[in-house]
Design a protein around this ligand. Structure first.
Ligand SMILES: Cc1cc2nc3c(=O)[nH]c(=O)nc-3n(C[C@H](O)[C@H](O)[C@H](O)COP(=O)(O)OP(=O)(O)OC[C@H]3O[C@@H](n4cnc5c(N)ncnc54)[C@H](O)[C@@H]3O)c2cc1C
Length: 456
């Protein structure tokens, strides 16, 4: 295509070049991520290369998509035509004065490890391999988010390359609109973020989990009980209810493994005796005798938390996700959802319901595009292996989400297929946040250099 990018030729691959297909395939972990093909992939290794790539795209009137990890559910960075700027090689991370400066390719696991050495923590994604970048930009509902808030609320500043090819710093004082949009704008964000400055927390020395596994048939009792304990536990207890297939250690004599409902409560505390006290409401389950598994007050450092999440979302699979904000309680929605889980075409599929992230308990919530639209988030993940089962699994996911739709106040922009319907991106924000986001896009990217939300 006649690109003459002397300075970035080493990191630029055009469609048709040897290595193009391999590079393209590595851009999304989801085996059924789109087959779309950008014209050019730039694997930038420094901020200057990102700036040059944007300038080059602009000069050639190419649209720019950006990626940092491989965990965007729908393969949003892969578009037909245009330039894909891959930021996964930008992996610097430094910690100073209770804040971390982190480049986009750093994974949540690597960040957690680096912070733990200094007794710090951050509300990272549940699975450690998720890149910090897309996670934070989408809002970031990570560990301990009822107390620490969504991850994007802890972004103090960013450095970004704008559509004009400028490298800008954004804080509450400089380019505050761009920072606001980066706090939760998701895959419609209109600049390439090259670093994030994150406000950190003290690493809670006592992280502990209590877990019950019940037969799925007990869903009504479990859902009512979870409504009760949600009100009874403090914000530093993260609660989730997962509807899934038993993993082998949970009953099922012969035959296929049974469907189960798993209630997990993880407390992040400053002391073990306080942690045990915070989990007290879970010790009183009135139907505990029906549990297939009951694990009480198990110490679970971050490394163990990540291992548990890895098992829920295995790598190298075909996946699809949808995530809805709901306004009722668990009891209003989970029994209906359970009927679908019973007949999931793939045993690896899972539905997780959890209370919405709270405002950070220890600091004011900043202005942000992120819009938690309901009291509960219902996340539905279809995971399967065989391409021939795509239709059945996608239909299952659609029907499942349709069951919850009457109670839905909107979608979580980072974990839904935005291309499924034209209004889905808009419905992931409050009306005023959506309007402000569009105004800022028009101001910072008037020529539409950066791709916007994926559309069918
Ligand atoms: C297994 C798994 C577990 C997950 N767990 C959680 C969880 O616990 N909590 C949660 O909230 N979400 C979770 N997610 C969702 C995840 O946060 C989003 O899918 C996120 O977008 C992934 O980020 P990424 O950088 O890996 O993806 P990418 O595909 O690289 O990025 C996704 C989109 O973000 C934008 N983007 C990324 N980086 C930049 C950048 N530097 N500058 C500009 N735009 C950028 C682009 O528009 C891109 O299309 C999970 C996803 C998976 C697959």
């Amino acid at each position: 295509m006649g690109i003459s990018a002397r300075d970035i030729r080493q990191v630029l691959i055009e469609r048709g070049d040897p290595g193009y297909e391999k590079a393209r395939a590595s851009m999304a972990a989801n085996e059924c991520a789109s087959s779309r093909r950008p014209d050019v992939i730039v694997q930038a290794a420094c901020v200057e290369e990102v700036r040059e790539a944007v300038a080059l795209a602009r000069a050639h009137r190419m649209k720019v998509a950006v990626r940092a990890g491989e965990h965007g559910w729908g393969g949003a960075p892969l578009r037909d035509g245009g330039m894909l700027i891959d930021l996964s090689r930008l992996r610097a991370c430094s910690v100073e004065n209770g804040a971390a400066t982190v480049q986009p390719g750093v994974s949540c696991q690597d960040l957690t490890r680096a912070l733990a050495e200094r007794d710090h923590a951050f509300p990272v994604a549940h699975r450690g391999s998720v890149a910090l970048s897309g996670f934070v930009l989408g809002g970031g509902i990570g560990w301990n988010s009822r107390a620490w808030g969504p991850a994007c609320a802890s972004v103090e500043a960013i450095e970004a390359v704008t559509a004009t090819g400028e490298i800008v710093r954004c804080s509450d004082h400089e380019n505050p609109g761009l920072l606001w949009a980066a706090r939760g704008g998701g895959p419609g964000f209109f600049a390439a973020v090259t670093s994030f400055r994150l406000r950190l927390r003290h690493l809670p020395p006592a992280i502990m989990t209590t877990r019950y596994v019940f037969p799925l048939a007990d869903i009504e009792d479990v859902a009512y009980w979870t409504d009760e304990i949600t009100a009874a536990v403090p914000a530093n207890v993260e609660l989730s209810v997962a509807l899934t297939t038993a993993d082998g250690g949970e009953g099922g004599q012969g035959g296929p493994p049974p469907k189960v409902v798993v209630v997990t409560a993880t407390v992040f505390s400053c002391a073990w005796n306080d942690a045990i006290r915070c989990l007290e409401p879970l010790r009183e389950c009135p139907f505990a005798g029906r549990a297939l598994i009951r694990q009480v007050d198990q110490p679970t450092p971050f490394a163990v938390l990540f291992t548990g999440a890895d098992a829920l979302w295995p790598c190298g699979r075909r996946t699809a996700a949808d995530s809805l904000w709901l306004n009722g309680g668990f009891s209003g929605v989970l029994p209906g959802i359970a009927r679908h889980v019973e007949y999931a075409p793939s045993p690896e599929s899972i539905v997780v319901a959890e209370p919405a992230p709270g405002g950070p308990a220890y600091a004011p919530v900043p202005e942000m595009a992120f819009s938690p639209l309901g009291r509960i988030r219902l996340s539905c993940y279809a995971t399967w292996e065989d391409r021939s089962a795509d239709g059945a699994n996608l239909a299952w996911l659609r029907e499942l989400a349709a069951t919850a739709e009457p109670q839905a106040a909107g979608r979580y922009v980072a974990e839904t297929d935005l291309s499924a319907e034209p209004q889905r991106a808009r419905r992931s924000f409050t009306p005023s946040a959506w309007e402000r986001f569009q105004d800022l896009r028009a101001r910072y990217d008037p020529d539409g250099v950066f791709e916007t939300y994926p559309q069918r």
